[in-house]
Design a protein around this ligand. Sequence first.
Ligand SMILES: Cc1cc2nc3c(=O)[nH]c(=O)nc-3n(C[C@H](O)[C@H](O)[C@H](O)COP(=O)(O)O)c2cc1C
Length: 115
Amino acid sequence: MKPKYQKIAVPLRHEIKLQTIMNIKSIITAAMALPVWWGTYPQVMFTFFKKHANDLKGKTVIPFTTHEGSGLANCVDDVKAAFPGANVQKGFCIYGHEVRTEKGKVEKWINGLKK
Ligand SMILES: Cc1cc2nc3c(=O)[nH]c(=O)nc-3n(C[C@H](O)[C@H](O)[C@H](O)COP(=O)(O)O)c2cc1C
C-alpha cells in the first residue's frame, strides 16, 4: 500500500464480526467487486480477507472496483497479498458515476472473461 494511503486507511481498520453466508471453499471464481476507498478496498473487507486467506488457494480471483479517479488503485496488489496461492487476474474498474450509464463497458468486460 502506498504510504499516503497507509497513513489514512490502516488506522481505520477494525475487526468486525463476520457472518458466514456461504461455503467460500466451494467458490471457483471470486469477483471482488467493491468501491475504492483511500486507495484500496474499504478497510472492513480486510477482516474478511484475513479470515479467508487460505480458502482461495488455486482459485481465480478477479478484482473489480468502482472509483472516482484511482482506477484499481492498490486493490490488485492487496488481493494478491491477502490470498497467497490464488490466481489473481488483472481486474477491471469503472467510474462510480458511470455505473448506471455505461452498462456496456461492464458487459464487454464480462463477455471478454468468458473467452
Ligand atoms: C471514504 C471514501 C474514500 C474514497 N477514496 C477514493 C480513492 O482513494 N480513490 C478514488 O478513486 N475514489 C475514492 N472514493 C470514491 C469512491 O470510490 C466512489 O464513491 C465509489 O466507487 C462509487 O460508489 P458509490 O456510488 O457507492 O459511492 C472514495 C469514497 C469514499 C466514500
